[in-house]
Each structure stands twice: as C-alpha cells, then as structure tokens.
Design a protein around this ligand. Structure first.
Ligand code: ZN
Length: 115
C-alpha cells in the first residue's frame, strides 16, 4: 500500500512542478528555506511541498501517515488547479484528472483501512 502512495506522490510532483513559473525564480526552483524571496513567492507553497517531498529526501523512510498527509495536499492542490482549468473531473482524460481520480480512490481506501 505504501508503494502506491509513493507512486502517486512521484506522479504528482511532475504535475505540481509543471505549474510553477521557474523562469522568474532566482533559485531555479530550489527552495531556499532562509531566503525571504522564497517566503513571499507566490509559488512558495508549491515549492516547499516539492522540497519536502523530494525523491532524494527518501520518501521511503517516512511513516504512512506523513505520506498520506502529503498526498492529501497534492489532491487538494491538483483539484483546485483542475477547477481553474474548467476540466470535467469525472470524464477528462488528461494526466491531472486521471491522477486525481486514482489518488482520491487510493486515499479513500487508505482511510477506510485506518478507521
Ligand atoms: Zn483534465
């Protein structure tokens, strides 16, 4: 089950990353915790999330709960992007919409198991 969360998180990274305008970033997308620019950047939230969920930060060692929390953020984020784009979540076949449907199903399954 943990593998499925990891896979969903990996896939979501690309979707989140696609939405950040890196050409305006002075760190070329590398979140700098102590830089004020990063704290006020409009993509700060996304960037921090990417930073905390970096594939090199060894997702494997984190607890299932903490992974689920990250997945929840990705779901909310992708869901609001889709809302903005005006896609039909239930029928659209783009990467983001497919990811959202699969991840919501995965999250619901996981929550059922922990209840
Ligand atoms: Zn779509």
């Amino acid at each position: 089950m943990k593998d499925k969360i990891l896979q969903a998180l990996r896939d979501s990274r690309a979707l989140v990353r696609d939405q950040i305008e890196y050409e305006r970033c002075t760190h070329s997308g590398h979140y700098a915790e102590d830089d004020f620019d990063c704290q006020i950047c409009e993509f700060g939230f996304e960037c921090q999330w990417l930073y905390r969920n970096d594939e090199f930060v060894s997702l494997e060692r984190r607890s299932a709960d903490s992974l689920l929390e990250s997945l929840e953020f990705a779901i909310i984020y992708i869901d609001s992007s889709i809302e903005r784009w005006g896609h039909d979540r239930r029928a659209c076949r783009c990467d983001a919409c497919c990811w959202l449907r699969n991840s919501q199903r995965l999250r619901d399954e996981l929550q059922k198991n922990t209840d």
